[in-house]
Design a protein around this ligand. Structure first.
Ligand SMILES: Cc1ncc(COP(=O)(O)O)c(C=O)c1O
Length: 406
């Protein structure tokens, strides 16, 4: 009998999906759930999710929408009343004028971002991603076959990229810049002056567009939220993304939107029409009620986020080795943990990376955080502060104790 050699079949998966990383926040949350399922008392600070319930008036609107029979497909870019309410919101909160045909409602801000990247970026185009950045930006650019160019803000400047850095990074292949303000993961907020300088740089480079992710707009401790689209010289080249997940505690409803020049909005609508169609009809009616209710419910939550931020900063400042800037918005702290890299854990293993440190804190301290690598900042680690006060106090007590063993 002749022996045959079996050759493992090549993976049937596309190179596109093989090149893509799993979302690090979702991966960490998965590990955390596994430990919880085994009975460990893990405190999960890896999620970017408000711990508040969606306000009751929004839930009531969803129930009413069901009872009224809004169970059919909606127009791809959203129901007309919601698109109008989003225009009204932009006028009220941001002094921005948009027409409903410039608004595309999507399955979360995430889809709005993906629609915009896929509609604007050609293979080989450069996308300047302000770093530290939200985990999905780079992968979206990869999916569009663009080249992402991380531009790193410094700790001294609260991790904010400056206009001078941007000017130096722009090339003739630059198509887009992407950033979030308030920023996930750093909590930094661009001031009017800083954004006006960024707008001035863009004005000198007419081929450059900007994707301004304002999903944390309402979770702002410094007061003024500035939209890049407020600068008339660049308004037509700014795609403003926002949504309901953070400000209205509606993560599970999957509702977000963008506002852009009409041809770009139409392109995003076309992209969405072929992939998902209009988002959930019930969620859209809930979102309509949310916007009509203004931002009072968000303001209440912001007070809790501010209290928790202060509580955490108070503990963290007593942990030697952590360098933690004060976040101006969002619900994270993002300490520089580099002092702990290279140290030896009690089991003799070396903590070489922020990922090693995150796994160590999970196993030793039963606290789940996300390593900075995923955000383009391998010297940092992100802890969510969207948890009850007593949980936060206990979590950082554990972090302090585990770090002291290194
Ligand atoms: C900066 C940033 N942009 C967008 C999103 C996505 O939001 P949504 O839940 O609306 O898809 C998130 C969620 O974590 C985020 O942190």
């Amino acid at each position: 009998m002749s022996s045959t050699t079996t050759i493992a079949p090549a993976s049937p998966l596309s190179s596109r999906i093989q090149a893509m990383h799993e979302s690090a926040t979702i991966a960490m949350a998965k590990k955390c759930r596994e430990l919880i399922a085994k009975g460990f008392d893990v405190i999960n600070l890896s999620f970017g999710e408000p711990d508040f319930q969606t306000p009751q008036y929004i839930k009531d609107a969803a129930k009413e929408a069901l009872d009224k029979g809004f169970t059919f497909y909606t127009p791809v870019p959203g129901i007309p009343e919601l698109r109008q309410a989003i225009c009204d919101k932009f006028k009220r909160d941001n002094q921005l004028d948009f027409q409903p045909n410039q608004i595309v409602v999507s399955t979360g801000a995430k889809q709005a971002l993906a629609n915009a990247v896929l509609s604007l970026v050609n293979p080989g185009d450069e996308v300047i991603v302000f770093s530290p950045y939200w985990v999905s930006y780079e992968e979206m650019v990869k999916l569009a076959e663009g080249t992402s160019v991380p531009l790193v803000g410094t700790l001294e400047n609260d991790y904010k990229v400056t206009a001078a850095q941007l000017e130096a990074a722009i090339t003739e292949r630059t198509k887009l810049i992407m950033y979030s303000s308030p920023c996930n993961p750093t909590g930094s907020v661009f001031s009017r002056q800083e954004l006006s300088e960024i707008a001035a740089v863009m004005a000198r480079h007419p081929q450059v567009f900007a994707l301004a992710d304002e999903i944390y707009e309402y979770i702002n401790f410094v007061g003024e939220h500035v939209s890049l689209a407020q600068f008339p010289e660049v308004k037509d080249r700014v795609i403003t993304v926002n949504g309901f997940s953070k400000g209205y505690a509606m993560t599970g409803w999957r509702l977000g939107y963008l506002a852009a020049r009409q041809d770009i909005a139409a392109a995003c609508e076309k992209m969405q029409s072929q992939i998902t169609s209009g988002t959930c009809s019930i969620a859209q009616h809930a979102g309509l009620a949310a916007l009509r209710g203004g931002r009072a419910s968000a303001d209440e939550m912001v007070e809790a986020y501010r209290r928790r931020r202060d509580l955490v900063l108070d503990i963290v400042k007593d942990i030697p080795g952590l360098k933690t800037p004060t976040p101006s918005g969002a619900f994270y702290v993002f300490p520089d943990v580099s002092a702990f890299l290279g140290r030896t854990a009690p089991d003799g293993s070396i903590i070489s990376t922020s990922m090693d440190l995150a796994l160590y804190l999970l196993n030793d301290g039963l606290v789940s955080a996300v390593s900075g690598e995923a955000f383009g900042a391998p010297e940092c680690m992100r802890f969510s502060t969207a948890a009850a006060d007593d949980k936060l106090v206990e979590a950082f007590r554990r972090v302090k104790a585990s770090l002291a063993k290194l």
